[in-house]
Design a protein around this ligand. Structure first.
Ligand SMILES: Cc1ncc(COP(=O)(O)O)c(C=O)c1O
Length: 369
């Protein structure tokens, strides 16, 4: 397998797909009502200027997640079909001015793959180094960008407001771009402090990739927003226009309705749902020798399971015989794949019944190894 997405593709048609981190749980009752109203939503989106639809959607989404100082309406929020498209646009812009990027390690592997794909060199930035204090000056002198996923996938670790402020100040001092992928922020209130207030006041050049695609089970109807500092020093607008005219007003209108529903109580419900599924996974595997959970504090919609001496690839292949799919973690460790040799990642944004069935299969496989 070349990357995590290839592992995820194998799982797509299985009812016991706990591989990808996209939301696949059943719609809630109020979400189902929004879907029932799609023809009406379509007609309304078609009747309005697309810019207005886009601004309303972005305001609703970022407002829901506490990002009140967002620069929506200022010509520096670019709506893309997905966060990977936003990432590709950012990477192409960055490659025109920089050579090396300090990238959080581990993280979802399409981030290093996209950055490498445009010819950038990557320097691993270990999570502990990122969280423990100032970044080494030598590192900052050797790169043109620091790229951080927060909350991180797969670990769920969140950059605190204090750390973000210090990081942005260091990036400003070294004239290094600070890039954030916040795709999982919806799940974790600790990532709901106003990042844009911190970034805008820091004086650093920054880029944020926002993503609606992990939160709601909308069958891949999602938006990835690329948001930039006023003067990012990168040709983001030019490269965006090389690739896109814009995103679908229907999808944007749908995102707005889901965001409003979440603000109306759907978001805390979702948090409880994910917490319940996390508890289900931990209980299902309780008492197995040498099995534990390294990310005790995580609230992301994924959970890593440490397998002791068992090989994650062997467990993955045995599970596959039961039509159950999870991710072996090697490829998250893009600079040192062996670090993921004994770890699986389980997706939690699934209905409880298939999750329970898959966990019984995992318990069985782990008990016999
Ligand atoms: C942190 C992070 N960013 C971006 C992506 C890409 O999302 P998409 O496939 O919707 O473009 C993923 C996918 O899981 C991810 O985990």
């Amino acid at each position: 397998m070349n990357n995590l997405t290839e592992f995820e593709c194998l799982a797509l048609n299985s009812p016991l797909n706990l591989a990808d981190g996209h939301a696949r749980q059943a719609l809630t009752a109020s979400q189902a009502r929004i879907i029932d109203d799609l023809p009406n939503l379509f007609a309304k989106a078609a009747a309005r200027p697309p810019e207005e639809v886009g601004l309303d959607a972005c305001r609703a989404y970022l407002g829901l997640l506490g990002q009140h100082s967002h620069p929506v309406g200022d010509g520096r929020v670019f709506a893309c079909y997905s966060s990977s498209v936003a990432m590709e646009i950012f990477a192409r812009a960055l490659a025109q001015t920089g050579e090396s990027v300090a990238l959080i390690h581990p993280t979802f592997d399409n981030i290093p793959d996209i950055l490498r794909g445009v010819g950038l060199n990557l320097v691993p930035l270990e999570e502990d180094v990122l969280h423990d204090g100032d970044l080494p000056r030598a590192l900052l002198n050797s790169v043109s960008c620091v790229f951080v996923t927060t909350p991180n996938n797969p670990t769920g670790r969140v950059v605190s407001e204090e750390r973000l402020r210090a990081l942005a100040a260091q990036c400003a001092d070294h004239d290094v771009i600070l890039a954030l992928d916040t795709s999982f922020r919806g799940f974790d209130p600790r990532a709901h402090f106003d990042h844009y207030r911190v970034l805008e006041s820091s004086g650093c050049r920054w880029v944020v990739i926002e993503d609606t695609g992990k939160l709601w089970p909308t069958l891949e109807l999602k938006i990835g927003w690329l948001v930039t500092a006023r003067e990012p020093g990168l040709p983001v607008a030019k490269i965006y226009s090389d690739i896109l005219l814009g995103s679908s007003p229907l999808v944007l209108a749908l995102v707005q309705r889901f965001a409003e529903d979440a603000a109306d109580g759907g978001l805390p419900d979702l948090h409880r749902f994910i917490a319940g599924n996390r508890a289900l996974v931990r209980q299902a595997l309780a008492g197995l020798p040498d099995v534990d959970f390294p990310d005790l504090d995580s609230r992301a919609s994924v959970e890593r399971v440490r397998l002791g001496a068992r090989s994650s690839l062997e467990v993955w292949s045995t599970l596959r015989e039961h039509n159950v799919y999870m991710l072996p973690c090697q490829k998250f460790h893009w600079a040192d794949p062996h670090e993921g040799d004994h770890m699986l990642r389980v997706a939690l944004a699934r209905s409880a019944a298939p999750l329970g069935e898959a966990m019984r299969a995992l318990r069985f496989v782990l008990s016999t190894r």
